[in-house]
Design a protein around this ligand. Sequence first.
Ligand SMILES: [Zn+2]
Length: 88
Amino acid sequence: MKFKDVIGNETVKDYLRKSLETNNILHSYLFLGIEGIGKLKLAKEFAKFVLCLNNKEEDCDCKSCLCYDGNNHPDFSVINEQRRYYKD
Ligand SMILES: [Zn+2]
């Protein structure tokens, strides 16, 4: 999946895209809303977009995107309640 292919959320995608274009990326983002609206997909694709060494929204084969797509990017992880449960 690509950032642009996340369904809906156009206002949010425009905001995030503009953040990247203006190099005004905040240190954190919260993706809040009801279940099933694509928050996790959007957050993951935005993270990939931010980490891309070529700043490409489209297909990219830079080292970062390859690591990301292989689920072994050192600067990306998803922390959820289940994971927290296993650490406690
Ligand atoms: Zn890339």
